[in-house]
Design a protein. Structure first.
Length: 337
């Protein structure tokens, strides 16, 4: 699917889900929930929901340490903010390319290919930890294992955990057996597109170097620690927002809901994941008996309040570094999107 059609599909899906979320809801009721909510709890949700991004920068520093030790944290933070801004404002998760490109522009110690490869580790750890925390949430007595699409929620999460573990295993194969992987690649490409062989070979080698953190148990443990810290803090942000609008669901519900949303935003959607976030928030809280209007109010309020700070920070750093959106298009092309 080419980029134009993928973007159109994402926007259409987001619009459809947003309409579905709001269908039959009374705007006055939603506005009333937000107007009467506790703004101290909203402030806490906004703060904790924004602090997760510096944690991502700390984790990224560890992931990149095998190819560029002790990178300045401010460079990684700026690139992370730009990447999150890109995901919020640009289609097709272009923020991933923006993040890698911004770092490669800040320092010549990390190539774009290596920075982009490191984000594969970043995302796999995210998926693994999110799914493990969902399994923890399911062990809570408060968990209602209701069916979705005719199957219990637990079945979907168990399947996702298997997929995430398999993906992590595939990355280990690339790290520890690069030569056989390279041989298979060369054999395949020579038969279907020989002109891409050399470029692909160099990209694959750079990709393998970006996965170097997986070779070191200590670094692996550190990345895992910061990933868990990130998602626990994000769960706290969800919980603070629950309290802001008067939702009584506990921390286990926050862990489950953030997992459902993290999985859901992987589908094509409009920039910022609008529509997808709100519908999953509504359905996920519905599992815990939260009324649709209140769940919708939570989703809209939390999404907007956590969307704005990191987007503004990303725009500021984007301009500070003298970047342009055409640069991101070139980065996207280089990444093979």
């Amino acid at each position: 699917m080419n980029t134009r059609w993928r973007n159109a599909l994402g926007v259409s899906l987001s619009a459809g889900l947003l309409i579905w979320t709001l269908w039959g809801q009374d705007p006055a009721v939603i506005a009333g929930h937000l107007r009467d909510s506790n703004w101290w709890w909203w402030a806490a949700a906004c703060l904790t929901g924004t602090l997760i991004f510096p944690l991502r920068a700390v984790r990224w520093r560890i992931i990149l340490s095998p190819i560029a030790a002790k990178l300045p944290i401010n460079q990684l933070w700026r690139a992370t903010a730009i990447g999150m801004m890109g995901n919020n404002l640009l289609p097709a998760r272009a923020g991933e390319f923006a993040r890698a490109y911004a770092l490669s522009r800040e320092t010549d110690r990390v190539s774009f290919s290596a920075a982009f490869a490191s984000l594969a580790v970043d995302r796999i750890f995210d998926a693994f930890v999110v799914l493990m925390l969902m399994l923890v949430a399911m062990s809570s007595p408060a968990f209602p294992d209701l069916p979705i699409g005719g199957r219990p929620v637990r079945d979907y999460v168990n399947f996702g955990a298997i997929v995430a573990t398999g993906a992590l295993g595939a990355l280990y194969l690339i790290v520890f057996f690069p030569k056989p992987i390279l041989t298979i690649y060369e054999w395949f490409v020579r038969r279907i597109a020989p002109r891409f062989e050399e470029k692909g070979r160099q990209t694959l080698l750079a990709f393998a170097s970006g996965l170097g953190v997986l070779k070191h148990p200590g670094r692996f443990a550190a990345v895992l620690f910061w990933t868990i810290a990130h998602w626990l803090l994000n769960g706290i942000a969800f919980l603070c927002a629950f309290k802001a609008v008067g939702i009584t669901a506990g921390f286990s519900a926050a862990l489950l809901l953030q997992g459902l949303i993290a999985i859901g935003v992987a589908v094509p959607s409009a920039p910022g994941f609008f529509g997808v976030f709100e519908k999953i928030g509504q359905v996920g809280l519905g599992l815990y008996g939260v009324e649709k209007g209140l769940a919708t109010s939570w989703a809209i309020g939390f999404h907007l309040l956590t969307f704005i700070p990191i987007t503004l920070l990303g725009i500021y750093y984007f301009g500070q570094l003298g970047l342009h959106f055409k640069d991101l298009k070139r980065a996207e092309d280089a990444g093979g999107a």
